[in-house]
Design a binder for this molecule. Sequence first.
Ligand SMILES: Cc1ncc(COP(=O)(O)O)c(C=O)c1O
Length: 389
Amino acid sequence: MKFAKRMERFNTGIFSVLAELKRKETAQGKKIVDLSVGTPNIPPARHIIDALLKSAQNSKNYVYALDDTAELQEAVEQWYRRRYGVAIDPKTEMTSLLGSQDGLSHLGLTIADPGDLVLVPDPCYPIFADGPALAGAELYRMPQTRENGYRIDLRAIPEEVARRAKLMVVSYPNNPVTSVAPESFYRELVAFAKKYDIIVLHDNAYSELVFDGVKCGSFLQYDGAKDVGIEFNSLSKTYGLAGARIGFALGNKDVIGMLKALKSNLDYGMFLPIQKAAVAALTGPQDCVETTRRAYEKRRDVLVDGLNAVGWKIEKPKATMFVWAEIPQPFVSSEKFTLELLKRAGVLVTPGSAFGPSGEGHVRIALVQDEDEMRCAVRRIQESGILEG
Ligand SMILES: Cc1ncc(COP(=O)(O)O)c(C=O)c1O
């Protein structure tokens, strides 16, 4: 059989390698503390599950949804107004997504023809690059390194690259590097996009997972943002609904219109009981959001304080459900360090190089286990002696 070349980027990924290694270690009876994939383990609040169950009991709700219900549109419109002070017209400036992943994998198809240039952060959440690449786009990687505060530097983008680019993917709070962006960054971003006629996609998956009393907003709250781009938002982390696949695209109506047109040919909308769950999440009591935020903050403190105490110097992330850690000396390869860490300590993390060339020298540790597991990871890392080289 002959398969498409584009599949090559999915066959040999480090994530499959890690999964296989974990399987082998587990088969030998070893217990692995898995801090690799960002699957949240905090369940949704009861009222959200109840809304889903009630709607699923109604046999009329098994038809194709085709579109977002008026109730869902209103819930999203009000949540954006209440949470970020952003007004949107939910009929023309919003569409639901089957998770942000749906939008991230398909938006490129609406903007880029083969050979067109798309700007992506480096390192980045893999689908930021894989989505446009599936559309045949050429990628230009914008480094996010210690030297630039783990934030893309718009001034470092060469003039000829900016002129050619059609789409720029941006995301703060950022996975994997965990940085946030100041207001000045978003203002410069809008001006940059206008100057070079670039469509901006801001992925805002982690605006509710921000720590130490800081708050993050929305790209759409900045003047002119809606002229140049859109934002993706997701209920996966905010409300513990990752498996239900609930996300939204909001902003520029031309971009949203294109995405809707494509999606209407790919899927038939979001399952109606899931739309009900989304409405319950967005309009119901919000204390669950704070409970989730605090849980990640506590896990972060336990892990990072613990690792610092045993000699792995790591900065505390300001946001997200991840820790972005420089690998301890004398290691230079993040992949090698990850494999050693798994073998010697039974702790599984993701090598930074899996997120792009600028991720080398780091690992991403996902805060996806309870505090006790975080303590266990710290103890195992210390006892393994890996920090001594
Ligand atoms: C930055 C970022 N965007 C999007 C997603 C996917 O979100 P969803 O579950 O809404 O598809 C993730 C998941 O880890 C993520 O880290």
